[in-house]
Design a binder for this molecule. Structure first.
Ligand code: BJW
Ligand code: ZN
Length: 253
């Protein structure tokens, strides 16, 4: 039996399915991943320089400008067949939840309502000082090129700087999101982990948590990222190819 058929058989009888997604699922929508060679954002940028609170403190205009550019990139992108497959499975009657590390809104735009965002979202803006949400006008979000320095707007309540509503290294994950994720993972039959390198914790602990809770873990990735447990099924290929094929085996169009 092929790995694909084995995965379809497991899903056919699954009661609760959790999708756990990383940058790889949005790659075919044109959003670069973090750690892939050549196309990864970090091939040209040093993450330590841009994705930490220290970096923002040192050079807020560089970091804010860079996030505005990424925001525009996300706004112009469209969900791909991988994102759409997840919502098709839900519409076909499966009990499906989505936990994502991604800061884009492509799952939502593919029709999934309650997405758990472990690393925040690019579309939210908050105050660096008092953490309250900040609403910005469209012209404050405009940008012309990626290396433009843009001074962040100020918070109307405390005059702190606006920052993206994402989770940087050494920052805690939003507590509610993390608790929801753990609850979903501990009670699912199948966790489908898509397009994540599994190096950033605590998110990377979720597949192992699912295995400990006796769920089957199906990985979808360009490379073998399995943990070496008998409960895993590794499907090698791109999300936009593998997921429609998997749905095809289940008779979901
Ligand atoms: C495809 C595909 C296709 C490609 N189809 N597949 C030492 C110092 C400081 C911190 C730490 C430390 N040691 C450990 C830590 C903790 C740290 C951590 O884990 N660091 C490791 C890197 C070592 N974690 C944290 O700091 C977290 N907070 C925390 O732990 O708080 C407690 C604490 C407090 C005080 C001190 C220390 C700890 C927070 C983590 C926040 C992560 N934030 C980012 C940036 C978000 C904002 C932004 O985007 O700008 O989140 S980092 C980045 O990595 C982003 C992602 O969500 C995350 C995961 O990446 P992902 O999704 O896995 O992408 P890639 O690129 O890595 O992988 C893509 C995969 O897809 C590959 O496998 C490809 O093969 C595959 N693929 N195309 C299918 N078409
Ligand atoms: Zn403020």
């Amino acid at each position: 039996m092929t790995h694909m058929q084995k995965a379809a058989d497991v899903l056919a009888v699954a009661r609760r399915i959790v999708f756990f997604t990383g940058a790889g699922i949005s790659a075919e929508s044109g959003i670069p991943t973090f750690r892939d060679k050549l196309t990864g954002l970090w091939a040209t940028y040093d993450p330590q320089r841009l994705e930490t609170a220290d970096a923002f403190r040192e050079n807020p205009a560089l970091v804010w400008g860079w996030y505005l550019w990424r925001r525009r990139q996300v706004t112009l992108a469209q969900p791909n067949a991988g994102h759409h497959s997840i919502s098709k499975l839900a519409k076909a009657g499966w009990d499906v939840s989505v936990i994502t590390q991604n800061i884009d809104d492509l799952h939502e735009r593919a029709g999934v309502d309650a997405v758990v965002h472990l690393h925040g979202t690019l579309l939210n803006v908050k105050c660096f000082a008092c953490h309250r949400p900040i609403a910005l006008e469209p012209e404050q979000l405009r940008i012309s090129k990626e290396d433009e320095l843009v001074e962040p707007p100020r918070c109307s309540r405390c005059n702190g700087r606006a920052r993206p509503g994402v989770v940087w290294f050494r920052e805690n994950l939003p507590e509610g999101a993390w608790l929801s994720a753990v609850r979903l993972v501990r009670t699912c039959d199948v966790l489908i982990s898509i397009g994540t390198s599994g190096v950033v914790r605590p998110a990377a602990d979720l597949p192992e948590m699912a295995i400990r809770a006796k769920a089957t873990v199906i990985h979808v990735n360009l490379e073998d990222v399995s943990l070496g447990d008998g409960r895993e099924i590794m499907l090698i290929g791109s999300a936009a190819q593998v997921l429609p094929e998997l749905l095809g085996c289940l008779g979901v169009k």
